[in-house]
Design a protein around this ligand. Structure first.
Ligand SMILES: Cc1cc2nc3c(=O)[nH]c(=O)nc-3n(C[C@H](O)[C@H](O)[C@H](O)COP(=O)(O)OP(=O)(O)OC[C@H]3O[C@@H](n4cnc5c(N)ncnc54)[C@H](O)[C@@H]3O)c2cc1C
Length: 327
């Protein structure tokens, strides 16, 4: 039986491979292994998004789904630095608080707290803090690596340059026959495929210590990480194509200002930086040529990626291998 060939080994491709393998399908992952947003040092599992406090569709399903997968991988022996002590969302005024309340769906576990009650010092000027006890953070690279390894998929370190519904051609000229092809190329892969999208770059400053015991987010976020902590966000102007990541000094200034507006950081040292790009505009399904896609996860790759990957893998697995069924 030809394997299902997954192009891209970020969190999307690795989770698709994992759930296909669990459904009994042989899987090959072709991954260039560069410019992956999934290597983000600390990704939030935060269902209440942005400065309007919107809760994305499926977030209440995606959050427990990711935690369940993560715990299964940890139980299986994978080392995945993470923290499950919640997420704090301080708001600057009553208007923002009302907006958060308006967007809050039934069933979301969330409590407003007085800024003086939270278990760490916030910068002054916050009206209230929304505490989300089911949120947390995860080391993106470790989670992604663990899912990929747990899938047992054959991993080929190469760039796919062309593909159809039944084969993938690599940059060295090799052609892999495939029962199905799934494109999970993220920001860089969308651009390599010649497709436009809405790409946003961002940066995580690595900090010598975690500024707070759990993530704090408004504008930018501070979060613990495997070593120390991070201050970051996706904040560069959107572009239609992926571009090599840089950190302009004006962006650095913006990020520091946002961080200092959250928490006093005077005794915190910057030890490095990580930059990446995410693409939004979710595509989860087959195109007219029969190639499957899971891309455009935006800033919710870890919140929604595993759930959407499991669903896509289920749809693919329900088709026979090379049985000529249209997707
Ligand atoms: C600064 C920043 C902060 C973020 N914070 C969060 C957060 O707090 N919470 C959250 O849930 N998400 C967050 N995200 C978003 C999250 O990182 C992404 O949604 C997710 O990682 C996207 O995963 P992916 O697998 O689709 O793509 P990627 O991780 O980009 O992986 C794509 C992989 O495919 C490979 N590839 C592409 N094309 C080809 C090809 N033709 N052949 C072979 N290989 C190919 C690439 O080399 C890469 O390895 C953040 C993103 C950024 C940039």
């Amino acid at each position: 039986m030809s394997p299902v060939v997954v192009i891209g080994g970020g969190v999307a491709g690795s989770c698709v491979a994992y759930f296909l393998a669990r459904a009994g399908r042989p899987v090959t992952v072709v991954d260039a292994g560069i410019h992956a947003a999934s290597t983000v040092p600390s990704a939030l599992l935060n269902p209440v998004r942005g400065q309007a406090g919107r809760v994305p569709e499926r977030a209440l399903e995606g959050l427990p789904f990711t935690w369940t997968l993560l715990r299964a991988l940890v139980t299986a022996g994978f080392d995945i630095p993470h923290g499950a002590a919640g997420v704090y969302r301080p708001v600057p005024d009553e208007k923002t608080r009302a907006k958060f309340d308006r967007h809050r769906p039934d069933g979301l576990d969330a409590q407003w707290q007085n800024p003086a009650q939270v278990p760490f010092a916030l910068t002054t000027g916050h009206t209230a803090v929304l505490y989300l006890p089911q949120g947390g953070w995860v080391d993106g690279a470790a989670f992604t690596r663990a899912v990929r390894e747990a899938s047992g998929a054959t991993v080929i370190r190469a760039r796919a340059t062309a593909w159809t519904a039944a084969s993938v051609t690599l940059h060295d000229g090799r052609t892999l026959p495939a029962a199905h092809v799934v494109h999970c190329g993220g920001s860089v892969g969308t651009t390599w495929a010649g497709l436009d999208g809405t790409h946003r770059a961002g940066t995580m400053l690595r900090l010598h210590r975690a500024a707070t015991p759990a993530p704090v987010s408004f504008g930018a976020y501070l979060a613990p990480a495997a070593h120390g902590g991070v201050l970051g966000a996706t904040f560069e102007a959107p572009a239609t194509r992926w571009r090599p990541e840089v950190l302009p000094l004006t962006s650095l200034e913006w990020l520091l200002r946002k961080g200092l507006a959250l928490v006093p950081l005077m005794d915190t040292a910057v030890t490095g930086a990580w930059s990446g790009t995410r693409v939004s505009g979710l595509v989860a399904g087959p195109d007219t040529a029969g190639v499957w896609h899971l891309r455009g996860l935006g800033s919710q790759g870890f919140l929604l990626g595993p759930l959407l990957a499991a669903e896509l893998a289920g749809r693919i697995a329900r088709h026979g291998a090379g049985d000529g069924l249209s997707p």
